[in-house]
Design a protein around this ligand. Structure first.
Ligand code: FAD
Length: 448
C-alpha cells in the first residue's frame, strides 16, 4: 500500500514541513508546493541589505517538544542553534523574575515569591493562584477570558499589568480581555508544571527558514520527495479516489493532500469544495491579530543589559539584543504583539518612538545606522475563549488540514503548527492500514 501513497502538501511553513519531514521519515513520498520563493511562511528569514533578519523575532519554549525533535531529525542541533535562557521575565526597572535551578514547579514558586517589583501581597497572590491552577490540573470547568480568570482569583491591577498581561500577550498574541484562559493554562501547564527545562526560553541564533524548513526540504529530497518553491497551488480538485492540485505550472494527482497554508488562503482554496462548507465556516470566524517587529541597527558596541528585556507601559513590549543572541552586534529587535495604538502609526513614526524609548530607558544616544519595520498584520488568530478550530480531518478524508489555527490545545505558535502537521502525517499513515474504500462514518457525504 505504501507504494500507492503519494502526498501533496500545500505550503512550506512549519506545519507543512513538519508533515513533510515526518512522512519522509516513514518512507512515504511527498511533494511540497510553496508559493513563495522561500520556505518558512510566517516564521521565515528576511534579507535586508547585508543583514539577515526574520519576519519577526520568535521565541521557543523548552516544552515545544515536537518542534525541537523535528529540528534535530532534519540535522539541527538545539544547543548550537539556540541561546537557551532559564525562565525569566524582566520588565526594565519594574519587574525582575528569574527561575532558579530548582525542580519544577518549585522553580516557579521561588521565582514568584522572590520577584522584584511586586509587593509581598502581590507575590503571595500570584503564587497562590499558580497553586490553585495546579490543584485543578490547569483545567477550567468552562473557558473564559484571562481577564475574567484573573479577577476571579483576586489578581490585582498592578500584578496584572506587570506580569499576567505581558505573559498572556507573549504567549497568545491576544489582549487579556479577549484571550482564552484555558489556552493560556495549557501553555502554563506544559511550560511551568513539569520538568524545569520545559520553561527554558530558546532564542535561535540562525534565521527561521534556515532553522527548520530549509533543512527539512533537504531531508525530504534525500528521502525521494520534492519541494517546489514559487509554485503556488490555485485549486484542489477531487478526482474519484485521488485529489489533483492545480498550479500555474502543472496539474498533479495525489492519494492524499495536506493543505498547510495560513487560514485566509485555506479558506480560498477550500471554498469551492461543497463538502468543506463547515470547515470554511469555522475558518471565517477566526479573527486575526498583528505582530510588529522594529529592527534598529546601532553601532556594534550598543548592547542591552540582557538578551531579552521587556518594557512597562511603553509602545515597545520586548527587546532582543541580536548581538548577544546571534552575534549581530548592535542590532536590536523590538517586538510589539497584538492589537494596539501602534497600528495607527506610520512605520516611520513607530520606528522613531521605539528609538526614543531605547534612548530614555537604556541611555542609547548613538545614532541608528538604519531601521526596518516588519508589520505582520495577520500574524496569528485571535485566541478567544471556546474557539471552534477546524479539525485536521475534513469531510474529504484524504484532504487534511494543517496549520497553527487548526484544532489543538496551543495558541498560534510554531509548536501548534508543527503538531498539526504531525497529526496530518499520523492520519495519512493510519490510512495505510485502514480500508479507505468505505466512506468515513463521521462524514456520510464524504467521497472516500
Ligand atoms: C511576527 C511573528 C512573530 C511570531 N512569534 C512567535 C513566537 O515567538 N513563538 C511562536 O511559537 N510562534 C510565533 N509566531 C507564530 C508562528 O510563526 C506561526 O504560528 C507559524 O509560523 C505558523 O505556521 P504555519 O505553517 O501554520 O503557517 P504559515 O507559516 O503561514 O505557512 C503557510 C505557508 O503556505 C504558503 N502558501 C500560501 N498560499 C499558498 C498556495 N496557494 N500554494 C502553496 N503555498 C502557499 C505560504 O507562503 C507559507 O509558507 C509568530 C508569528 C509572527 C508572524
Amino acid at each position: 500500500m505504501a507504494e500507492e501513497l503519494k502526498v501533496g502538501i500545500i505550503g512550506g511553513g512549519y506545519a507543512g514541513m513538519a508533515a513533510a519531514a515526518e512522512l519522509s521519515a516513514a518512507g512515504i513520498p511527498v511533494t511540497v508546493f510553496e508559493s513563495a520563493r522561500q520556505l518558512g511562511g510566517r516564521a521565515r528569514g528576511v534579507s535586508y541589505g547585508d543583514t539577515q533578519l526574520d519576519n519577526g523575532q520568535h521565541l521557543l519554549l523548552g516544552c515545544y517538544r515536537e518542534t525541537l525533535r523535528l529540528i534535530e531529525l532534519v540535522g539541527g542541533d538545539i544547543e548550537r542553534d539556540f541561546l537557551r535562557l532559564p525562565m525569566q521575565l524582566d520588565l526594565h526597572h519594574h519587574l525582575e523574575l528569574r527561575a532558579p535551578r530548582l525542580p519544577a514547579p518549585l522553580h516557579l514558586l521561588f521565582a514568584l515569591l522572590n520577584a522584584k517589583g511586586l509587593s509581598w501581597r502581590e507575590r503571595v497572590k500570584a503564587a497562590r493562584f499558580m497553586l490553585a491552577l495546579r490543584s485543578i490540573n490547569f483545567q477550567l470547568p468552562r473557558d473564559m477570558t484571562v481577564a475574567e480568570l484573573l479577577r476571579q482569583h483576586g489578581q490585582e491591577a498592578s500584578l496584572t499589568l506587570k506580569f499576567w498581561e505581558p505573559l498572556t500577550i507573549a504567549a497568545l498574541n491576544t489582549p487579556i480581555a479577549k484571550a482564552s484562559a484555558q489556552v493560556l493554562l495549557n501553555v502554563l501547564r506544559d511550560a511551568l508544571n513539569r520538568a524545569r527545562a520545559n520553561s527554558d526560553m530558546l532564542l535561535p541564533s540562525i534565521d527561521f527558514t534556515a532553522l527548520f524548513p530549509q533543512r527539512a526540504a533537504g531531508f525530504v529530497e534525500d528521502h525521494g520527495g520534492k519541494v517546489h518553491l514559487s509554485q503556488g497551488v490555485d485549486a484542489i480538485i477531487p478526482e474519484g479516489q485521488a485529489i489533483a492540485l492545480q498550479s500555474a505550472q502543472c496539474r498533479q494527482r495525489f492519494s492524499h493532500v495536506i493543505c498547510a497554508t495560513s487560514p485566509g488562503i485555506a479558506e480560498k482554496l477550500l471554498r469551492p469544495l461543497p463538502q468543506m462548507a463547515d470547515t470554511v465556516r469555522k475558518i471565517t470566524t477566526l479573527e486575526q491579530q498583528p505582530i510588529y517587529t522594529v529592527y534598529v541597527q546601532y553601532p556594534a558596541q550598543v548592547r542591552l543589559p540582557h538578551p531579552m528585556i521587556g518594557l512597562h507601559r511603553r509602545i515597545s513590549q520586548w527587546l532582543f539584543d541580536k548581538g548577544r543572541i546571534a552575534g549581530q552586534h548592535g542590532l536590536l529587535a523590538c517586538v510589539i504583539s497584538a492589537e494596539g495604538i501602534h497600528q495607527e502609526m506610520s512605520q516611520e513614526v513607530l520606528a522613531q518612538k521605539v528609538i526614543v524609548e531605547l534612548r530614555e530607558e537604556f541611555g542609547i544616544t548613538e545614532a541608528p545606522q538604519w531601521h526596518k519595520v516588519i508589520a505582520e498584520k495577520r500574524a496569528t488568530f485571535c485566541c478567544a475563549p471556546d474557539l471552534q478550530r477546524p479539525s485536521q480531518l475534513t469531510a474529504l478524508p484524504r484532504l487534511l488540514l494543517a496549520g497553527d489555527y487548526t484544532a489543538g490545545e496551543y495558541p498560534a505558535t510554531l509548536e501548534g503548527a508543527v503538531m498539526s502537521g504531525l497529526e496530518c502525517a499520523r492520519l495519512v499513515k493510519r490510512s495505510v492500514s485502514s480500508d479507505n474504500s468505505k466512506p468515513d462514518k463521521r462524514y456520510p457525504d464524504s467521497v472516500a
